[in-house]
Ligand binder design. Structure first.
Ligand SMILES: [Zn+2]
Length: 513
């Protein structure tokens, strides 16, 4: 087979960017830690899901055969606690929040993984792996609980680049909560003895349930083999979760676990203090600056949310702010407006996406250069550790050509038609990799408009009436009335756009929510 474009990835384990060497030529196996399903997802989760959605889209776009596994943690302390609070069966509650997650991620255009395994459906495999670890001396039983013996696994700490002896005991909430029956403070539970009212399963150590970390070692190995190409998740999972996954998996199989580890940065929230100072803080429930994916989807278009995430490289923290989401909304509006204008211009010359204009010269050599090298430059940006900010900058260059060539409402020349057709095709093709610009432009612009109308609390009917009245005034050649109506609409933040195909409107950028 033809060799595929190599992809460079920053690997947390080696601490450097390196070319990914797939275990099997042309195929890439990837596991990403999903969510503990006890509540709605927040935009930190959405960032991880959207990012790895771009990873899988891009790898497939390059021609790799991708097998993508992302789990649902449906057995966990937090789920049990929440279920007891609301008087619901824990597994039913988890199932309900998997549905909510699917709804929100679906709205964001995040494709399903090839396999989305749940802990509750892999308990036997988990018991088998824990038994292996006990047999090999990597785990021990203590009063119905089973713990991993971290001192037995020499490389423990290799992912988070720390040494066991340097680590302070009991610093993390997830470590040390089991108390005194452990041999070492960093030993962690593989299996927890059942408490009354908790979901539990039969095991060689009595009734109980899996600890948190073991599920990912077991389910990744089950679907991808002992050694696979990419393991991903949020930065907050590096320690202890991913460190523990490595310890469990490599001790059980005797083989290397994931070859490349990718971690997505956190979400910071821009805030203004009571003293008027602009600050950024990590998003957290306890700070009260917490945004669920659903909250954000109420006010912003899914493609604007995705675009906002693409503006920052995945390894860096991203700043969540109204300003940044407004800017992303403006860009998506600009791209779709450009694509809609291109459609109209092509239609004036009797062409469409299905009926392309004949090949002609480019409008200028510079435009030709940008268009001809476009896909290669776009792919090169993403093949360099998924540099989405660079990729959208390149998208902006080609869109600018389309925008400039559609400022007049004239029938396009053969050169203009050919250039515009190619601009639109490149925007659509590369947009597919980023998960944007796949809607019909008119539909997307309508959706963007409706969201703005809703967020700003405008009266949609009143706007439609004024726009219709203005069109009538123009038909009647009552220019004074038409101008007065335009001014009234402008007052409401509504911008009117006339073209030979009719009048459309949008909410101007300056009227931010
Ligand atoms: Zn995991």
């Amino acid at each position: 087979m033809a060799s595929l474009r190599p992809v460079k990835i920053f690997d947390t384990l080696r601490g450097e960017k390196d070319t990914l060497e797939p275990i099997v030529d042309g195929k890439i196996s990837m596991y990403v830690c999903g969510v503990t399903v006890y509540d709605l997802t927040h935009i930190g989760h959405a960032r991880v899901f959207v990012f790895f959605d771009v990873v899988q889209r891009f790898l497939r776009h390059l021609g790799y055969e991708v097998r993508y596994v992302r789990n649902h943690t449906d057995v966990d302390d937090k789920i049990i606690k929440r279920a007891n609070e609301v008087g619901e069966d824990p597994l039913a509650l988890a199932g309900r929040f998997i549905g909510e997650l699917d709804a929100d991620m679906g709205a964001l255009g995040v494709a399903h993984a090839d396999v989305e395994p749940k802990v509750s459906e892999h308990v036997q495999q988990i018991i088998d792996t824990v038994s292996t670890l006990v047999d090999k001396g990597f785990a021990y039983v203590s009063d119905g609980d089973v713990y991993y013996r971290v001192e037995k696994f020499a490389p423990y700490g290799k992912l988070s680049h720390r040494k066991l002896e340097d680590m302070e005991a009991g610093r993390s909430g997830r470590v040390g909560e089991e108390g005194s029956q452990k041999e070492h403070p960093f030993d962690f539970a593989l299996w927890k003895k059942a408490k009354p009212g908790e979901p539990s399963w039969e095991s060689p150590w009595g009734e109980g349930r899996p600890g948190w970390h073991i599920e990912c070692s077991v389910m990744s190995t089950e679907y991808l083999g002992a050694t696979f190409d990419i393991h991903g998740g949020g930065r907050d999972l590096i320690f202890p979760h991913h460190e523990n996954e490595i310890a469990q998996a490599e001790a059980a199989s005797g083989e290397p676990f994931a070859n490349t580890w990718m971690h997505v940065g956190m979400v910071n929230v821009a805030e203004t203090t009571e003293e008027g100072e602009e600050i950024e803080r990590k998003m957290s429930k306890s700070l009260g600056n917490f945004w669920t994916t659903r909250d954000v989807l109420q006010g912003y278009h899914p493609e604007a949310i995705r675009y906002f995430m693409h503006t920052t490289h995945y390894r860096h923290p991203i700043t969540y702010s109204i300003e940044n989401l407004e800017e992303a909304t403006h860009r998506i509006d600009y791209y779709y407006t450009t694509m809609e204008r291109i459609d109209r211009a092509l239609a004036r010359a009797g062409h469409s996406a299905d009926n392309p204009p004949p090949e002609a010269d480019w409008t200028t050599p510079e435009a030709g250069e940008i268009i001809e090298t476009y896909m290669d430059r776009f792919d090169a940006a993403l093949a360099n550790d998924f540099n989405t900010p660079r990729a959208i900058a390149i998208l902006g260059e080609v869109a600018k050509i389309g925008n400039e060539l559609t400022q007049s409402n004239k029938k396009p020349s053969a050169e203009v038609a050919w250039t515009l057709y190619n601009v639109s095709a490149r925007m659509y093709d590369s947009g597919g990799v980023l998960g944007i610009l796949q809607r019909e432009p008119a539909q997307a612009l309508e959706e963007l408009r409706d969201l703005r109308v809703g967020v700003l609390g405008l009266d949609r009917e009143a706007i439609d009436e004024k726009v219709a009245a203005r069109t009538q005034a123009r038909t009647d050649k009552d220019w004074e009335r038409a101008d007065a109506l335009r001014d009234e609409l402008a007052e409401m933040g509504v911008e009117i756009m006339d073209s030979p195909e009719g009048t459309t409107w949008r909410i101007g950028k300056q009227h931010g929510a």
